[in-house]
Design a protein around this ligand. Structure first.
Ligand code: GLC
Length: 693
């Protein structure tokens, strides 16, 4: 089934438009976007869409508010960066689209004077020229396999590999950025002797089916692919919003496409969602901060004004104002940045991230995250359900998932931002935050046998700046399940930390991203995989991987979820098993030199996913049953499986997607301020000595 029919787009020849409500911003100088675009005032029009709350020509906020129509862009216009200016070139039209292209203020604009050659303005200890040192300079390598390419890549063309900063070879293993990777494992994978075996590995029947399904989930807009629907379940009579393109759900799809050499859909996705970022969004007369990315969007077919029977396509985003619970999707912008970096790394096309509108998009997201509030902690403060777990699950405050994605996005931002007068403060703020955030997480979120024992003996009500029990945690909070569960070796980052509250549940996504982004120290990252290995029967069992562990039951479930019938114990977000987590597990395992662990999980999933109809999630303690309300043909299950397969076969590509310890950040560690005593306690210094740096 084509995606357009699944989302109800009329067969009448569509013309296309993007409806952009935007408001003036004073973040980067006054009303940055409108001032930056000399034509912007001409582009403004009154409300043109029936979603009045999005596009009203006047609001009482005191801020300027506009509605801009960008009609029928058959293909994404591309802005060409040339000599410090971004020029607009409107792309060619598809034959059945009407082009009335007006380049809008919000989407594409020339930004003369802002863009300068990177490196001209030097900011001490800020972003370095990371991306120019990428290994991925040659698109044609996308489909090639073989670990040897990590250091043989002929296509380096005067660029030094950065992601793989350091490879030492000894015996049958290499040390990749400090992590030992067993070459024999990959040799076996690559040398599966007969060509037949090789073909099977390249595309087993299951993989072929998965590719078919993934392609069928593609959503087009004005004739171009722009994303994939969340689920394409023909038996689903009530798709709710599963027929939309979710930002977070598209990440594994994007990676599968990129790793398969198909970058167009990802580029289109990044540019179209960028335009949606500027949308005027309001819930009951209140607007969240500029820079917020939608949770999802839908391509709608609407009657074309002034015509009879003609339709046009519009992009219709959901920023949480329709979502269950009305929660702002904090993770969307973070994922968008992570995806943008991945696009550059895998394709070698850095012109996208250098575009002025894209640079502005990055800045808006990061500014929103870094804006001052009442916080005492460097972690991001959010409401419940602001990420993959998008329903009430007791993850308000400072949940791990958001912090790990925040850290990753900050690292991406630091690599991608063009440093000039207008960004140097932001880059400095990013560096400061990275440093403070990793210190905070490493020190206070880490749980292992030793730490629990410390908490068990905590004194409480300590009033002083050098209290040991800084958050006033009562030892009685240590849950009884944890006392028996915590292994002697290994550990994990707890789910949440607030004054007088520690959420000791294990949340998989946040822990995996702590590994991938090096939010944790090397020892901690290894400890997380040790724990998953030791607790395999709890966290993987019949289907990888538990979204959270353990489930909340009884009174706790009643109070914390608000008696949510979808989140009953061992179901959905409350201890359900989500196969989409597989690709992130695979990435983490490859990074830590343990691909065999990922392979074990992939094989388990492979035995069931296709036969079960690619479910969204599984229920029960061991993940034996397909989830009670699970969709079938869930796209991120399919794409996550394909991505895991490709990452295992192309570990050199995987290495483009993770980060190693940043020693510069260790140098500027905030805790060094406290003198010798605090240095001793700081795990960063321990990390450094572990790594022998
Ligand atoms: C569920 C998940 C959310 C996902 C959405 C679409 O709401 O909790 O993370 O984005 O479905 O698949």
């Amino acid at each position: 089934m084509s995606s357009s029919s699944s989302i109800g787009i009329s067969t009448v020849k569509p013309c296309c438009r993007i409806l952009i409500g935007y408001r003036g911003s004073s973040i980067f100088g006054s009303h940055a976007r409108s001032l930056e675009n000399p034509n912007s005032s001409k582009s403004h029009s009154k409300s043109i869409h029936n979603r009045g709350s999005y596009c009203s020509s006047s609001r009482n906020s005191g801020r300027s508010s506009h509605c801009i129509v960008q009609r029928c862009i058959a293909h994404q216009p591309s802005s060409v960066v040339h000599g410090g200016r971004a020029f607009i070139s409107s792309a060619s039209a598809s034959s059945n689209s009407i082009i009335r292209s007006r380049i809008s203020a919000a989407g594409f604009y020339a930004d003369s004077g802002i863009l300068r050659r990177r490196g001209v303005l030097l900011v001490p200890k800020v972003a370095s020229d990371y991306r120019n040192q990428s290994t991925s300079v040659d698109n044609n390598h996308v489909n090639e396999k073989g670990f040897e390419q990590i250091y043989i890549q002929g296509g380096f063309n005067n660029v030094k590999p950065l992601v793989i900063e350091e490879i030492e070879k000894s015996g049958n293993s290499v040390v990749l950025n400090g992590s030992a990777v067993d070459l024999d494992y990959f040799k076996e994978l690559n040398e599966k002797t007969t060509p037949q075996e090789k073909d099977e590995r390249v595309a087993s029947e299951i993989e072929k089916e998965a590719w078919k399904l993934l392609r069928a989930a593609t959503v087009t807009y004005c004739g171009s692919p722009v994303g994939t629907v969340a689920a394409n379940d023909p038996g689903d009579k009530q798709p709710l919003n599963y027929d939309q393109v979710f930002i977070r759900d598209f990440v594994p799809s994007a990676l599968a496409f990129l790793l398969n050499g198909d970058a167009e859909i990802v580029k289109n996705f990044l540019l179209h969602t960028l335009q949606l970022q500027s949308w005027e969004k309001t819930v009951d007369c209140y607007s969240p901060g500029q820079g917020l990315m939608p949770a999802s969007f839908k391509v709608r077919s609407v009657p074309l004004e002034g015509t009879e029977g003609e339709f046009e396509e519009v992009l219709d985003p959901d920023f949480g104002e329709s979502a269950i619970g009305r929660v702002a999707p904090v993770d969307s912008g973070l994922w968008w940045i992570i995806m943008l970096r991945a696009y550059g790394k895998i394709t070698g096309d850095y012109t996208l991230q250098e575009r002025v509108d894209v640079q502005t998009g990055i800045r808006l997201i990061l500014n929103l995250c870094l804006s001052d509030g009442f916080d005492m902690f460097p972690t991001l403060l959010v409401t419940d359900g602001s990420c993959m777990i998008d329903r009430r699950m007791g993850i308000h405050g400072h949940p791990l998932e958001i912090q790990a994605l925040f850290y990753s996005a900050l690292r991406c931002g630091r690599e991608m931002l063009t440093v000039h007068d207008g960004t140097k403060n932001l880059v400095a703020a990013i560096n400061k935050r990275l440093s403070a955030l990793s210190f905070h997480m490493r020190e206070y979120y880490w749980v292992d046998m030793k730490k629990i024992n410390e908490i068990y003996r905590y004194k409480t009500e300590e009033y002083s700046t050098d209290a040991v029990n800084k958050f006033n945690i009562y030892p009685e909070q240590i849950p009884s399940w944890l006392v028996d569960w915590i292994p002697e070796e290994g550990g994990y980052f707890m789910g949440n930390l607030q004054p007088a509250h520690m959420d000791f549940r294990f949340f998989t996504l946040g822990n995996l991203w702590s590994i991938i982004s090096s939010l944790g120290t090397r020892e901690q990252n290894e400890g997380i995989l040790d724990l998953i290995d030791t607790k395999w029967d709890d966290l993987v069992a019949h289907m990888p991987l538990k979204i959270s562990y353990p489930a909340m039951e009884g009174e706790e479930w009643r109070i914390i979820t608000g008696s949510d019938p979808k989140n009953t114990p061992w179901s959905y977000h409350n201890g359900g098993s989500w196969p989409t987590l597989l690709w992130q597990f695979t990435l983490a395992c490859i990074k830590m030199g343990r691909p065999e662990l990922a392979q074990k999980a992939v094989s388990l999933a492979e035995q069931r996913l296709a036969a079960d109809g690619w479910p969204e999630y599984y229920d029960t303690r061991g993940g034996r049953f397909i989830g009670k309300q699970s969709r079938n043909y869930q796209t991120w299950t399919i794409a996550g499986f394909l991505t895991s397969k490709m990452l295992l076969e192309n570990p050199e590509k995987a290495s483009l997607l993770f980060w190693d310890e940043d020693y510069e950040l260790l140098e500027t560690c905030v805790c060094a301020l406290g003198g010798k005593a605090s240095r001793k306690k700081c795990s960063r210094f321990a990390a450094r000595s572990q790594d022998g740096a």
